[in-house]
Design a protein around this ligand. Structure first.
Ligand SMILES: [Zn+2]
Length: 66
């Protein structure tokens, strides 16, 4: 829920004015959701690569240990 500092009040997103401004004082309180940062994607890709490596390692390791 968007919070307006000036009015010290929570607002319903539907009651906000165009552009996410406070209906009472006009302050922009609803900021657009930030896009996913590139380094977060990098972490995901690195993690996916690591998981592939671990699965590959397990597949190689398993036949020798059963
Ligand atoms: Zn306000």
């Amino acid at each position: 829920m968007p919070w307006c500092d000036d009015c010290s009040q929570f607002w319903n997103e539907k009651t906000l004015h165009e552009g996410g401004t406070c209906p009472s004082c006009g302050r922009a309180i609803l900021t657009a959701r930030k896009p996913v940062p590139w380094h977060f994607k990098l972490v995901l890709v690195a993690f996916a690569g690591y998981m592939v490596y671990r699965v590959y390692w397990l597949v190689q390791w398993l036949p020798h240990h059963i």
